[in-house]
Design a binder for this molecule. Sequence first.
Ligand SMILES: *Cc1c(COP(=O)(O)O)cnc(C)c1O
Length: 240
Amino acid sequence: MSDTGSGERIERFRAARASVLERISAACRRAGRDPATVTIVAVSKTVPPDAIRDAVAAGLDVLGENRVQEAAAKIPLIAGARWHLVGPLQSNKARRAIELFDVVESVDSVALAERIDRLAREVRPGIRYPILLQVNVDADPAKAGLAPAELEAAALRIAGFETLELRGLMTIGRLVIEPEAARPTFRRLREVSTGLRDAGLPVGPELSMGMTDDFEVAVEEGATMVRVGRALFGERHHPD
Ligand SMILES: *Cc1c(COP(=O)(O)O)cnc(C)c1O
């Protein structure tokens, strides 16, 4: 976004948010869902803090970042938002991540969950710290995440980690030309999630799936969180 006055920028964020919300509502109508069950996680990676502040003022108050180091430089400067970590977390940054973020969406191993459980007890005493498990639905070697077949055992282990609350599952769709091509991935994540709960496993119903190019398809398939960057903040100038 260009450097215009803050008021004008807030208006632009309001319009972008309204447009994404309208697209979510339309997808919900097609799927017979209540739009109030879908949260926009505004992915603000590469966006400077002053612009993020305006986004929060425009109502985008659930934000996502994919790097702990970048987030550490920005989050303390921005009030009034909740923060989700959506990128890979190295175990040596877990403590900092728990300090900064309200939710870690990208937990991709039981070992990482165990570490967050232990650290959250110190860093966030008195709460059950919310996580999602990242699932590599398409077995893409370039992507992190547990295989669907590993989830049952992982959920059972995590159930024993008393400081954690396993709110649900997250996936990153495959890179596709047509949004429709991402549908099988999202549908599979929903089916896997339902299957786990039907089997009595303590996995919450949150489904974080869908980004700028495919969030409507994700909502049609049951997304409760869509992680949207470019449709709100514009194209990123730097590769992330
Ligand atoms: C960058 C990113 C997003 C948002 O991507 P857009 O295409 O800009 O909407 C969502 N999820 C993750 C994990 C990301 O890294």
